[in-house]
Write a protein that binds this ligand. Structure first.
Ligand code: MSP
Length: 483
């Protein structure tokens, strides 16, 4: 059985989950559900990133111990993902013992390979982003990524010989052109590497809230080195072989692409592991030209939106509004339009209409599979396998529209006998197939359609027009319009 391992970034503990976080987790969930539908042995990981200077500072401000602070915040994420119907296989926290053991072991392997040496770091540090920044990259003396204040550091450290992996990384990208997706992002990384890779400071002597560095107890492991290893520690390594490794897809935002496509593969090569198969890079939610982020105070709470619309409306919006690699806007107006026009009208009406017509029909639903030619199943599958969830949903929507058009054209309300049975057979089978293909995106809606059709949710191989041996019964409309 093919396996599929997909991950999200593990989220920093500095507040509640916001729309950007929910977006990433939902896309990963769609991919995981798709691979389960195909019958792949799927593992889907998310979790929380709980160490580092920022967390330590924040806990002190709140009058809590760092552990109490992260316990509280991590639980918010776990609950939020439950509400959004996220089907993660595990939830890793970097303060867990299993993770600490894995980090220490991993660092030892890097050390055994001669890749760690002692030195001094003198330069800049962005605490909110937990990143070391070379002076040449500062913009107006501020962090080039988030625009916030940076501080000068001069401290003892242990370095990871990242520079040693420059050629190996370039070779890996050229042999695996789909390593960074969308592909167009690869050149950005390649050009930066060609400017010369510098060794990475990988321990901090001044930070207590972290995992102790195994070769000097006065240091903790740099939070990013610690965090990246979560992708292995959650697989039970080093206690057992990491059966799902290498990861098939690390889904990440563009701001952390460097860590995932350069530092992480180099760390893996150093410790004797294969690099991940792909790093899928998504864009950001932008509000009035600025990235939506807690520190800018322009965040939207995803859970509030699901109270007003529905979980599935938000999930649908995430995939449908803009292509995966692009930045996108969020406004309630946009969400409302998608909910009313596409969910309530296109999809909701289709199911309601078909089942209303079918309810009045007595006899066996049978006919010629006329509508099947509008189902672009292979295209849909290829798009999903390429992680192009945006295009795949577009492809599926063409079938939903074609089904609505079929009903308008055949006018079952004017038909009788065999012709009526044929029109209904096609419409009902279309609804059944739609319920299967929509399930990675809107699992609850898929269930609801299945219930109305009187059939458990099928698998991918059931997406063919076949004999009807179920008894549809109309239920409540699937979506409510919001005005
Ligand atoms: N803790 C690190 C990740 C470690 S992974 C080994 C981290 N955490 S984060 O909470 O700051 O960000 C997590 C993810 O959320 C990133 O991929 C980031 O791109 C994403 N987003 C943060 N703001 C976002 C938007 N406004 N829009 C979309 N995604 C956003 O980085």
């Amino acid at each position: 059985m093919p396996k599929f391992y997909v991950t999200t970034p593990i989220f920093y503990m500095n507040g509640k989950p916001h729309l950007g976080h929910a977006y990433a987790v939902t896309i990963a969930d769609v991919l995981a559900r798709w691979h389960r539908l195909k019958g792949d042995d799927t593992f889907f990981l998310t979790g929380t990133d709980e160490h580092g200077e920022k967390v330590e500072k924040k806990a002190i401000e709140e009058g809590l111990s760092p552990q109490e602070h992260v316990d509280r915040l991590s639980e918010n994420f776990r609950q939020a993902w439950k509400k959004l119907n996220i089907s993660n296989s595990d939830f890793i926290r970097t303060t867990e013992k299993r993770h600490e053991d894995a980090v220490k072991h991993f660092v030892k392997l890097m050390h055994d390979n001669g890749d760690i040496y002692e030195g001094v770091y003198e330069g800049w540090y962005c605490t909110p982003d937990e990143t070391f920044i070379p002076e040449s990259q500062l913009i107006d003396g501020k962090c080039p990524e988030c625009g916030r204040e940076v501080k000068k550091l001069k401290e003892a450290t242990y370095y990871f010989r990242l520079s040693r992996y420059q050629d190996k990384l370039l070779e890996y990208y050229s042999e695996n052109p789909d390593f960074i997706l969308p592909r167009k992002r690869t050149s950005e990384i390649v050009n930066r590497i060609k400017e010369g890779l510098k060794d990475l400071s990988m321990t901090r002597p001044s930070v207590r809230w972290g995992i102790q560095f195994p070769f000097n107890e006065k240091h903790t492991v740099y939070v990013w080195v610690d965090a990246l290893i979560n992708y292995l520690s959650a697989l039970g390594w080093p206690g057992s072989e990491p059966k799902y490794w290498p990861a098939d897809v690390h889904l990440v935002g563009k701001d952390i692409m460097w860590f995932h496509s350069v530092i992480w593969p180099a760390m893996l090569m150093s410790a004797g592991f294969k690099p991940p198969k792909s790093v899928l890079v998504h864009g950001h939610y932008i509000v009035e030209g600025k990235k939506m982020s807690k520190s800018l105070g322009n965040v939207t709470d995803p859970l509030e939106l699901t109270d007003k619309y529905s979980v599935d409306a938000l999930r649908y919006f995430f995939v449908r509004e803009f292509p995966l690699g692009d930045d996108g806007d969020f406004s309630e107006q946009l969400l409302k339009a998608r909910n009313n026009n596409e969910l309530a009208s296109d999809l909701g009406n289709l199911i309601y209409r078909v089942l209303t017509l079918t309810e009045k029909f007595e006899g066996k639903l049978e006919g010629r599979p006329e509508l099947e030619k509008s189902l672009e199943l292979q295209t849909f599958q290829d798009e999903m396998d390429r992680c192009d969830t945006y295009r795949a949903l577009e492809t599926l929507w063409r079938f939903i529209k074609a089904s609505n058009k079929y009903i308008n054209d055949t006018k079952p309300w004017e038909l009788k006998g065999e012709e009526l049975s044929n029109a209904l057979y096609n419409s009902v089978e279309a609804c059944r197939i739609i319920s299967i293909l929509i399930s990675p995106f809107m699992p609850e809606t898929a269930e609801k359609i299945g219930k109305q059709l009187g059939i458990p949710l099928g698998r991918l191989e059931d997406c063919r027009f076949s004999e009807i041996n179920y008894l549809p019964k109309k239920g409540a409309p699937l979506f409510t319009r919001v005005d």
